[in-house]
Write a protein that binds this ligand. Sequence first.
Ligand code: ZN
Length: 323
Amino acid sequence: MEIVFLGTGAGAPTSKRHVSAIALKFDQGSSLWLFDCGEGAQQQFARAKLSLARVSHIFISHLHGDHLFGLPGLLGSRSLQCAATAGLTVFGPQGIADYLRHCFAVTQTKLGYPLTIREFEDDGVLVEDAGVTVTIASLCHGIPSYGFAIQEAPHPGRFFAHLAMQQGIPPGPLYGRLKSGENVVLPDGRLVTAQSVVADPVQGRKVTILGDTAPCEQAAHLAREADVLIGESTFAETESQIAARSHHSTARQIAELARSARVRTLILTHVSARYQDVEDSPDSESHPLLTEARAVFAHTLLAHDFYRYHVNRRDRPRPDPYT
Ligand SMILES: [Zn+2]
């Protein structure tokens, strides 16, 4: 599972940051999911060498323009890619269907593939697809804004063929049953438990992507024990009054949320254009938002456009940095 940040700015693009768009690539299959689609997202796809034809799901966190204005163009351009005949589903808050229908009607855009639009309102499970569950929760942003928890199902544990051989089990259908967790009885009457030849299942990965929000209980709940939390840190604490007025989070607030939710890694995004001067510095480690967040939660990274983060599986017990 790889996260590709295509747009990491807030409000308006700068020379360094496009507005919100995050792609999620899965290890298996060619499917690609997109979270938010700010203006210019399709150009960022081209620069990141990602194929629009591979996009199967688009999730829009809320209807502010810096998360949405790139969507009609991206959907239209996808039609021009000859490989893009597979359907695509857009998930978003109420109003997204009207927005797209008006855009397509006024511009006489015809899509060359089936488009499904699913509006959501209630918190809960939104998608269960190929071993991945997406749960949504409403946040606190002045207009309906949502976060997404993407949770993989556990992976079956490794099958140890040599242990099976040692117990005199011949290769064949019995191996398949043991691998799937079933205990089997051999022709000579012996019981072989799956546990004796198969390792424990590997916990599935969890990535939580928050839409714009002030700190709130629902965001913390959605982020609980995530491998990666992607959270907005539009402002530093020095601008906390503006953050509160505009229902955004400061770097410190999102770091406090990451710590209380016991996430493994926090990645900051949705950075205000007011920091573009400091972003000219070659030393990105000294970025004020990163410094502020790391003072609270050490496992913090700051995304930039085209930053890629690979989410590893937890194949060992998780080291606990909190004790
Ligand atoms: Zn917003």
